[in-house]
Ligand binder design. Structure first.
Ligand SMILES: [Ca+2]
Ligand SMILES: [Ca+2]
Ligand SMILES: [Ca+2]
Length: 244
């Protein structure tokens, strides 16, 4: 995040108050504001206000907040993370963020931590159950894939098999075992529509076999202010001290 220092995000609606300012570096010559969600201000299994869980396919449970269980560890920032199970039937389980808009400048960047163990083939390139990230720029009416080229780090690691009924068959996804928490960083397009944007973490499973599930935590979005540089300004040299 060090190259991304002059940024903030403004909520699109009153319901956006749960996005909290989590960082401000007064040592810099310009303000840094980062907004995010760590799921630690709610009591599991409740989601934060204005977050939405839906199962387009498959049985309960929905996405929830969780502070225990597998995959381990249960959270990045304790005690809670968002969690979805990996069931042994076809499912399509979605977690939609609150609405937001990027009002100024350029270059919104999303960072989050996650931990997944989702059913996958022995072939390290093939997944059976997997997770993807999608983005809506029309207030949550429609969602689009975030292309693999947008990921700075921690991008998709497998392609979902096309012969087992997965709702995301053939797509690149996170699948298999992450081996604990990993960091994903992704560049987002500017969202300046009145309806606002919404992120969707989507777990889809095939018609047999299960895994431990997928945990998401410590989500932050940074954003460059209008008229401000996106790179650090040089600091002034310290004033010379008088010699003793
Ligand atoms: Ca947390
Ligand atoms: Ca399977
Ligand atoms: Ca499966």
């Amino acid at each position: 995040m060090s190259s991304f220092l002059c940024c903030s995000l403004r909520p699109a609606s009153q319901s956006a108050r749960s996005w909290r300012t989590v960082a401000a570096d007064a040592r810099l010559l310009f303000s840094l504001s980062t907004f995010g969600e760590n799921f630690d201000h709610v009591t599991p299994p409740a989601l934060p206000p204005a977050w939405l869980a839906t199962n387009a396919l498959g049985p309960p449970p929905l996405w929830v907040t969780s502070n225990s269980g597998l995959p381990s560890p249960p959270a990045d920032t304790p005690p809670n993370a968002a969690f979805v199970d990996d069931t042994d039937v076809v499912s399509d389980k979605r977690l939609d963020s609150m609405l937001f808009s990027f009002f100024e400048g350029c270059c919104p960047r999303l960072t989050f931590r996650h931990n997944f163990n989702l059913e996958a083939d022995v072939d390290p390139n093939v997944g059976f159950d997997g997770g993807v990230l999608e983005l809506s720029t029309d207030g949550g009416n429609t969602f689009q894939e975030i292309p693999a080229s947008s990921f700075i780090m921690g991008g998709y690691n497998r392609t979902i098999s096309t012969d087992r009924g997965s709702p995301i068959a053939g797509r690149q996804a996170w699948s298999g075992n992450s081996g604990g928490l990993i960091t994903t960083v992704v560049n987002l397009p500017a969202i300046q529509t009145p309806a606002g944007g919404r992120l969707r973490w989507r777990m889809a499973s095939d018609n047999s076999g299960s895994g431990e599930g997928w945990r998401i935590d410590t989500i932050t979005i940074t954003w460059c202010h209008d008229g401000q540089p996106c790179t650090p300004r040089p600091r002034p040299s310290p004033a010379p001290r008088p010699s003793p």
